[in-house]
Design a protein around this ligand. Sequence first.
Ligand code: NAP
Length: 257
Amino acid sequence: MDNNYVLITGASSGIGFELAKLFKRDGHNLILVARDKEKLKNVTDKLNNKKNKIIMLDVDLSKEEEINKLINYIDDNEIKVNILVNNAGIGSFGNFTEIDWNIEEKLIDINIKALTRLTKYFLPKMIENKSGGILNVASTAAFASGPKMATYYASKAYVLNLTEAIHEELRSFGVKISCLCPGPVRTSFQSKAGINKSEKAKKYLMDADIVAKVGYEEFKKGKVIIIPGFKNKILVKANRLLPRAISRKIILKTNKK
Ligand SMILES: NC(=O)c1ccc[n+]([C@@H]2O[C@H](COP(=O)([O-])OP(=O)(O)OC[C@H]3O[C@@H](n4cnc5c(N)ncnc54)[C@H](OP(=O)(O)O)[C@@H]3O)[C@@H](O)[C@H]2O)c1
């Protein structure tokens, strides 16, 4: 067993857990990060097959001191993270002026700040080793402005733009970076964000295992922007063709539902 690890944030449920299964299947050692220790222990037990090494770290990525704790742990134990999956993310729903600042701040801290910090920390080491990669999880929300989820959409646009820019800078370094942009997925994300999907809308949710599989396979191929699902690809393309004023209105109508 080598000392290379795949570090996955938000690995205790949803897309992160499904990605962890795929990396494990292919023999990677794993570092699983999330807040809830019990949930982490459960998924670690589920993934454990004694062939892969698995480390679970309960870290709140919205807190700078906890990210420092994570980094110190990796450093102190001379662990080599050759793949980083920045998957943890939260949403917020409602009119911008009515959403509590504490929720928005947390969203920015996790979706933007922690992702940037971890990328900044691990990427230079990957470049030094001329191997490895980063898979950032954004959303199809990254391609538009999102009335009723303004900060969330903006945070995912940040992730997409950051990933694309770094991709260009990395061309000759043997390190890859991709951005997974799922449409709505059947996970606990929606309810945690305060989104109540109608029964009809629930039918259009993709399953997390399918989203993870597409993300995993296309990341391995070095694809920069990964959009799982034919319908989502079409929606993103159509949105690009629409005048922004019309796109915003359609998204407001959809998000209101
Ligand atoms: N579901 C969707 O419709 C959808 C669509 C597009 C993009 N995405 C993106 O996909 C990613 C994964 O979401 P998901 O749908 O799989 O949601 P999920 O099932 O709610 O999973 C979120 C994961 O992030 C962890 N997490 C949340 N807050 C954290 C914090 N402060 N520190 C560390 N870990 C934290 C959670 O564990 P703990 O709660 O134990 O910390 C959990 O493991 C997110 O970036 C989301 O924006 C989701």
